[in-house]
Design a protein around this ligand. Structure first.
Ligand SMILES: Cc1ncc(COP(=O)(O)O)c(C=O)c1O
Length: 427
């Protein structure tokens, strides 16, 4: 990977830019991503980027999927806005809120390749799922469809919707073994499960249960075929919990083809804690009723879907810097790096006789999450043993439960090697 000096000097990443400049020991010069030798490349570049996080170096942090550390430019922005709010809370909100909120939505829209009007700001994935699934206009004779691989927040939001709409809720088994299922099998299982009354298909892009990444686009293409013969109010709508793909995968919304996308920004995107986004497709998004009064009645769907109330605005406003951080590094570089570390992790685990790897090896069916079991150990024992070595892993909150590692751009190949060595010793 090569990070261009220019890229980091554009936008508001002043602190990152200063760090990179001093690391490179030079002045600003026009460079392209392909021009050696002046730019940072390889591990040197990633080391510089890692340097912008305040993570405790005593640990190997492999649980980014829970809650992110913020890079310097996000921390600086939070501090800047906090200072303004502490100096003059009422006037700062009155004079700056709308402009800053719109700025965040615009930055998110540019990152996702969508229209600004379709982006709302939330506190989390969970809030986005609750707002969209519970606000969606669904008739009592219709059905909500999900799978046994989705997260609690999707399932619970759908249960509330069933309670309030009278609609049926059906949860289907998606596959027997994540590690050996194919893209075609997944799409076929889901499409076969769709019934004439199915109104919503609520899925998760990257599963925190196994690390499997859903082939969303092929599925959306099949759904479009089914929907071609249906009236507007009977079309199957595709809702995606995208939290473990956002900030990892190199995508724009068009690549997914879903109708609604809900994600927290405080995980892989390294955004401020308590931030998230929702996106709704033009033409379809108007079918979602508002559940929480907005403070942003700007005539857009994203405005009315952004819950109001006074809140830690410094976090919400600083979210623009997280998107900016990713833009400056490059979505493609981030995806490549995360996949490379995840591959290293999976290949190492697959070689160990005492380990069962649950995450598919295929890049198309996996992302940054790696799930596995170690013979003779419960997932909690695995995580505890790693913890004794200063390696922060997690246990999946599902049944069956697995041990889980989530390499990201804050990690190095050496850290993955050290983690693999610690797991090898458990054999
Ligand atoms: C698939 C999935 N969705 C949502 C969440 C919760 O995200 P948030 O904290 O943004 O609500 C998690 C776990 O934290 C998850 O694994």
């Amino acid at each position: 990977m090569k990070i261009t000096r220019r890229a980091f000097l554009q936008g508001s990443g002043a602190v990152v830019a200063a760090g990179l400049l001093s690391a490179m020991g030079g002045t600003d010069r026009e460079e392209t991503a392909m021009s050696p030798p002046a730019g940072l490349s390889g591990e040197e570049a990633w080391e510089t980027i890692r340097g912008h996080f305040d993570l405790d170096p005593q640990y190997i942090h492999l649980s980014t999927l829970l809650l992110a550390s913020n890079p310097s430019q996000v921390r600086e922005a939070i501090a800047r806005y906090r200072q303004l709010l502490d100096a003059n809370p009422a006037l700062t909100v009155e004079e700056k809120r709308l402009e800053l909120e719109h700025g965040v939505r615009r930055t998110a829209a540019a990152y996702l390749g969508v229209d600004f009007a379709g982006v709302a700001l939330t506190d989390s994935t969970t809030m986005g799922l609750g707002l969209v699934y519970n606000g969606l206009q669904v008739r009592a004779e219709q059905e909500l469809l999900t799978t046994d691989q989705d997260y609690y927040s999707t399932h619970q939001a759908l249960r509330y919707k069933r309670r309030d709409s009278g609609a049926t809720l059906r949860e289907i088994p998606l596959f027997e073994k994540a590690s050996s299922v194919s893209e075609e099998e997944i799409v076929e299982t889901l499409i076969k499960a769709v019934r004439p009354e199915t109104r919503l298909l609520a899925l998760t892009w990257v599963h925190s249960k196994t690390g499997l990444k859903l082939p969303v686009r092929p599925l959306a293409d099949e759904l479009r075929r089914i929907n071609a013969g249906r009236d507007e109010q009977d079309k199957v709508l595709l809702g995606i919990d995208g939290v473990h793909g956002l900030g990892v995968e190199n995508f724009v919304m068009e690549d997914l083809g879903c109708d609604f996308f809900m994600a927290g920004a405080h995980k892989w995107l390294f955004g401020p804690r308590g931030t998230g986004i929702v996106w709704g497709k033009p033409g379809i998004r108007s079918m979602v009723n508002t559940l929480i009064p907005t403070f942003t009645p700007d005539g857009t769907w994203g405005g009315r879907m952004t819950p109001g109330g006074f809140k830690p605005f410094e976090h919400q406003w600083a979210l623009a810097e997280a998107f900016e951080f990713h833009r400056q590094i490059g979505k493609a570089h981030i995806a490549e790096r995360t996949h490379a570390l995840s591959r290293q992790c999976k290949e190492g685990l697959a070689k160990m006789r005492h380990v069962t790897l649950h995450t598919p090896m295929a890049e198309a069916l996996s992302s940054g999450i790696v799930c596995f079991d170690v013979d003779g150990h419960t997932p909690q024992q695995v995580v505890d043993r790693l913890g004794e070595r200063g390696i922060v892993a997690s246990v999946t909150p599902y049944s069956p439960s697995h041990a889980r590692l989530t390499p990201s751009i804050i990690n190095t190949p050496a850290e993955i090697d050290a983690t693999l060595a610690a797991i090898r010793e458990m054999g």
